[in-house]
Design a protein around this ligand. Structure first.
Ligand SMILES: [Zn+2]
Length: 241
């Protein structure tokens, strides 16, 4: 049996498998598996509960080249630093951070820049909160309007940090969206809102679902295409490089 300390720390020096591999014991897994975790730029190693230590080590050794190649494939992050360019609502803006004496960080959006006045040496978490708020102001009324149009009501909307999903809808009417939709053009945000609201009626991806989604969207095909083409790219913003 292969034991991993309960309090496994992702600290690079602690990992027995190299700095980018996170081991995870599973009761259900039947075999060793490696999975790419693009959000954290790491590789997840799923280990069946009763795997033997030497088998696990050999498995990881055999896949070293694969692991290195997958990590190299992952796009670099774009942190919210001075001079970085991020697409806010689909339009590229340069982050301009200016020191300020005020206690609160202020963000001002213009056509081609995001001006940030802050007393903090690194206001990136303030920028992120501000971006989430901008998305909230847009996607909340949009979702409620679309739900009202089909006689449904929404039981709460959350904006999350999701690695792979752009949105979700539960059977009790709770919607959630990835906060990184703030980087998408309006028609994409509109499509995602239509998509999740359509799930209030159909909890599947049946033909009836897509017909309803289309009727609630400005540009359903365009929105789907955009996320297919640029989805991975958008996940880079706000991550360390
Ligand atoms: Zn769906």
């Amino acid at each position: 049996m292969f034991l991993i300390p309960k309090q496994y720390s992702p600290d690079p020096d602690d990992s027995a498998f190299g700095p980018y591999v996170d081991p995870q014991i599973s009761d259900r897994a039947k075999r060793l598996t490696l999975r790419v975790d693009p959000k954290n730029r790491r590789i997840k190693l799923v280990i069946p509960r009763y795997a033997r230590e030497k088998d696990v080590k050999r498995f990881v050794e055999r896949h070293q080249a694969w692991i290195a190649a997958r990590l190299a494939d992952l796009p670099r992050g774009v942190p919210f630093d001075h001079g970085r360019i991020i697409p806010i609502f689909g339009r590229e803006r340069k982050i301009h951070i200016e020191p300020s004496q005020k206690r609160t960080t202020e963000c001002v959006l213009s056509a081609d820049s995001l001006l940030v006045h802050s007393a903090r040496p690194d206001p990136s978490s303030n920028i992120r909160r501000w971006l989430i708020e901008q998305l909230r102001r847009k996607i909340e009324p949009l979702s409620h309007d679309k739900a009202a149009a089909i006689g449904k009501s929404i039981n709460g909307i959350t904006l999350r940090d999701t690695g792979t999903r752009w949105g979700s809808c539960t059977s009790n009417g709770k919607l959630s969206y990835s906060w990184r939709l703030v980087f998408c053009p309006d028609h994409v945000i509109d499509y995602l809102a239509a998509h999740e609201v359509a799930h209030l009626q159909h909890m599947d991806h049946s033909k009836a679902f897509w017909t309803l989604c289309d009727s609630l969207s400005d540009n359903m095909i365009g929105g789907r295409e955009y996320l297919k083409l640029y989805g991975t790219e958008l996940m880079r913003y706000g991550n360390a490089d």
